[in-house]
Design a protein around this ligand. Structure first.
Ligand code: 5GP
Length: 186
């Protein structure tokens, strides 16, 4: 059976909202990453991320506390080994929202445990529109996020599933079906 479900995709592909609702609906926890980025107003420290300084993050890297970490849009994001142990040992279900590189690392570490889903926005214009509507980033930050789109798109072939998030309910149901199928596997 597979117990680690990774969802990845471009910033603005809708993955955070989808995962939050799936987590509630299926009663599956979401792995809480560490990051050096500034907290958004609605975010809660320890729930959405563990928000830490660059110095603390670097110290954790030196102490080998991360399973994987990446520099995404100029900030550091990482998955701590300690938070995973319980899930690996007990085959407990867990969601991950990771950038493409982090997702590929996790798949390579735990090929027998992971199911990976890449979520694409319907098109680039739609992606820009979503990022502008969200208004959590400046114009410059939005452009930085969009410029990663190609790199992210190139890695999507590594994933078990490629979905286009053009309709929230349909995507929600598709992911739910994927999870239900894999958690029943031997
Ligand atoms: P955001 O700043 O929008 O919350 O996240 C930016 C990107 O970092 C997203 O693609 C998100 O999936 C990714 N991310 C969040 N946590 C981690 C992590 O622990 N490791 C990696 N590699 N990427 C992460």
């Amino acid at each position: 059976m597979k117990n680690l479900f990774i969802v990845s995709g471009s910033s603005g592909s809708g993955k955070t909202t989808l995962l939050e609702l799936l987590s509630r609906d299926l009663n599956i926890e979401i792995s809480v990453s560490f990051t050096t980025r500034n907290k958004r107003e609605y975010e809660i420290d320890g729930v959405h991320y563990n928000f830490i300084s660059k110095e603390k993050f670097k110290k954790m890297i030196n102490e080998n506390l991360f399973l994987e970490y990446e520099n995404v849009h100029g900030d550091l994001y990482g998955t701590a080994l300690s938070s995973l142990k319980e899930y690996i040992d007990n085959k407990k279900l867990l969601f991950f929202e990771l950038d493409v590189n982090g997702a590929v690392s996790l798949m390579n570490y735990y090929p027998n445990n992971t199911v990976s889903i890449f979520l694409s926005p319907p098109n680039l214009n739609e992606l820009r529109k979503r990022l502008v509507l969200r208004s959590t980033e400046t114009e410059q930050e939005i452009n930085k996020r969009l410029s990663r789109f190609e790199e992210e798109d190139n890695l999507k072939k590594e994933f078990d599933y490629n979905l286009i998030n053009d309709n929230f309910e349909t995507t929600f149901e598709k992911i739910k079906e994927i999870i239900n199928r894999h958690k029943k596997e031997d």
